[in-house]
Write a protein that binds this ligand. Sequence first.
Ligand SMILES: Cc1cc2nc3c(=O)[nH]c(=O)nc-3n(C[C@H](O)[C@H](O)[C@H](O)COP(=O)(O)OP(=O)(O)OC[C@H]3O[C@@H](n4cnc5c(N)ncnc54)[C@H](O)[C@@H]3O)c2cc1C
Length: 1003
Amino acid sequence: MRSLQTEIEQRGARIFELVDRHPEPLFSKAGFYQRLMALSMRDERFKVQMFRFVDVLPSLRRSGDIVQHLDEYFTDMRNGLAPLVRTGVRAAKIVPWISGQLLRWNVSGMARQFIAGKNPDDVMKTLRKRHEQKIGFTVDLLGEAVVSEKETDEYATRCLELLEHLARETDGWSDPLDDGTELFPVVNLSVKISALYSQTNPADPADAIAHLAPKLRPILRRAKELGVFINFDMESFSHKNITLDLFKALFAEPEFRDWPHAGIVIQAYLRDAEKDLVDLIDWGRARRTRFTVRLVKGAYWDYEKIKSTQNGWSIPVYLQKPESDANFEALSRVLLENESIVTAAFGSHNVRSIAHAQALGDELGIDRTRFEFQLLYGMAGPVKRALVEMGYRVREYCPVGELLPGMSYLVRRLLENTSNEGFLRAKFSDNVSEKILLRDPNRLVRGNPDSVSKDRHLLDGASLDVPPGDVYENAPLVNFAYQQSQEEMRAALRQVRARLGKKYPLVIGGERVWIDRTTASLNPSAPDEIVGDVAAAGIPEAERAVKTARDAFAKWSRTPFEERARLLERAAAIMERRRYELSALEVFEVGKPWAEADSDIREAMDFCLFYAQQMRRIGRPRLTQHVPGEESYYHYWPRGVALVIAPWNFPIAILCGMATAALVTGNTVIMKPAEQSAVCGAMLMEIFEEAGVPPGVLNFLPGHGSVIGAHLVDHKDVDLIAFTGSREVGLKIWESAGITRPGQRELKRVVCEMGGKNAVIIDSDADLDEAIVDSIYSAFGYQGQKCSALSRLIVLEENYDRVLERLLSAAASLRVGNPEEPGMTVGPVIDKTAYERILNYIEIGKSEATLAFQHQNVPAKGYFIPPTIFVDVKPNMRIVREEIFGPVLSVLKARDLDEAVKIANGTDYALTAGFFSRSPANIERAKAEIEAGNVYINRSCTGAVVGRHPFGGFKMSGGGTKAGGEDYLLQFLLPRVVTENITRHGFAPEETPLYRDEFRVRG
Ligand SMILES: Cc1cc2nc3c(=O)[nH]c(=O)nc-3n(C[C@H](O)[C@H](O)[C@H](O)COP(=O)(O)OP(=O)(O)OC[C@H]3O[C@@H](n4cnc5c(N)ncnc54)[C@H](O)[C@@H]3O)c2cc1C
């Protein structure tokens, strides 16, 4: 018997032989498109610019804009192609009207290579042709990027219409193989689950399924009546479990249980694909009805890798191409071995993968009419023809829709076609030999396949060549797409709920100080629930804390920085251990949705680890200059006693960030949390005690600002105040710290971060799918209570109506409710005072501007404010000048970018800002001109990450310090230089070391 490899080679050779009989270039459309693709494959930078230009083009309405973008994207290219491209652009500028039309026509042509029709009628022409060629079809309705429930309803309606149309138009069509309609109905519709629910949150599969199932049932019902096959496509990893669970739930319902014409996709590039496939097969066997699995490698490889790397998640996809190929083959075997219950559809253009499935099918004695090959419209035409000729069942995946909603599909295809790793490019463009293309992928997998280069994180210290954030690797976020994470969070919520109402003391000098005066910290979702009763310090306790901290300073300031850094690292490890519990506490105490709570804990861990690392970088005395005969060492001393006053909105992270910066630099600390989040503060204290902070070095002093705040700020023994909070309090601290009191040793240093009135500008060429989703999240995520939150959305006139329509329906789709439930985007505001203040601002807004939207579905109990949007807003109105700190968004219309930037900058604050645009020139302008400490382009304006986005603003937003940045610790230190003449009788050592050990004080 011949080996499987020999069989594969034989079948592969046959396919290639048939393919070569009708040779076709990689890109079937000749001319412009072919040349562009050839250039793209030669030049990575050109490829990036080209794909970006293609991406923006359908949204440009005027020819002048098209040519302008062409100019911006291509004339500045510093490569060998530049002169050629520049000439083209120059020519285009002479007659923009003609060039614009021509470009649009060409790009539409490019899209037409991959999109089978603009609408149901149009696509029928393609399907008829394919039918004649004995190729079946599955139709996919483009438009997966929905931002609201209104859009999902439209998608569902269009699906139903398409279904009817296809069934009607194909009436009487026979099976291409004249055998098997029972397994393979003629009409086959591929559905994208993400297009049917706009609020899918991976943390809450139950909610997603509860919303998706009712949308899908009418489609399935009608499909069943019409004899149409329905396939659930698979999208990003975060949607995977939901899609699988939904499939199993729906098709186990009595109505659909014995319906065999349902299929789902398994992506072989996922490491857990085999487990999912085996689970599906078990489910199918229990259901006792046949179903189909389309096996693909997966279309979101780049996205999954980028997203996971950004969030510190383990990467769910294989990192070596042969691993995906090998897994495809392993899963092909699983599928074919279970042919009795599952029909296999192999979705690949790779002749090796296809030949493997063929050979395996024969080995297992499975008739070739009982499985099929599926290939994408516009790709690998000769392979399709070859397979038909060999007597296999072939189905083409035919996307239908307009170019704009189809853009992400088009870009995925362009990437796939030009990928260095892809089969199509290798065969049809690079002419790689058959022998190489048919190699066994298992033999190509290199050792240590999972290692991603982390070298840059191992670099010791900063250098000019290495970005400062690069020497630090962030703590990962929890990925709530995993069921285990969801379960751990639920368990933590139960555990924390069981201890609600506990009492928490002050901690001074390592002693627990119980006093009668306490403040009840309440659950803003249910204000009758006491989260904890926390001691409220008075003046005597404040005095005691200052004295204790002062006394402890002598020793702590002389403790080697390495020991101090290790304390922070131990604290981070404890946070990691107690991570879910801490997140759960934030859900109860400050109303944070799950993911927001988790990112707060992540940030706290990052502060510990990043500042520990930064301290090691700056802790050793460093030579100022090499000069013979003398050595001067620059180094730092701590300032003394630091008073840390933190807000409730990032209850652990900000408190921890300021306290750890002070501690690691050798200061002693009095830590005053906000009254509303004092239990979170108590937890942080507990963590530091467990980590081994010496008595008196960190003191926990919750209390009312009005009672102890001013006393501590003015205290002669407090040397530094680290404050984050309102402008009103911040300015008072700033002013009063400037007064020197009798007996005071140091000039007080104030590290001050205050509010914002953050603006996002949406340019006329912005990608609205992205701009709307990110703006909604920036404005309403955590109820608009982040200092970075968006409160002024400035939209260019040209886009205004389109943006507004989508924005309002996206806001109407938001889930508002108790964040104990996973997947809530908007929870309660922090307390009654905030609740009343925000409602008051809404009234002011109603009197000044036009109320365009107010959410209707808000719980009656708890401090829930409906997300609210005002339009017809003018820059001088109170709602756009004053910080509201709640889910209230003002939308302003701007004539052009000049006016938009002027409005954005016309505020007292300068904290964060955002800009959505696809014009390179406008993006450059925004980067240069928008006044904000953190300017974000084409992404949300919240969610700064330590080390990556050092955070903080200027103007009335703060003193220009950057939390989580490389120079933050310097605020907590006094620089000092020690110079020694090392010459003795004209002789001096030749070498002076760049660094020396710390100066150590004896005793
Ligand atoms: C009919 C049909 C339906 C499809 N439906 C879906 C769907 O529902 N969901 C979906 O996600 N995709 C779907 N796809 C897209 C499909 O995933 C890609 O077309 C396919 O991955 C290309 O694989 P190939 O075997 O044709 O080509 P090959 O060139 O052999 O494989 C390319 C694939 O290998 C993987 N890869 C690339 N680089 C690496 C690397 N460094 N490490 C590991 N793996 C790597 C990627 O998945 C890439 O797409 C479908 C494809 C077809 C033909």
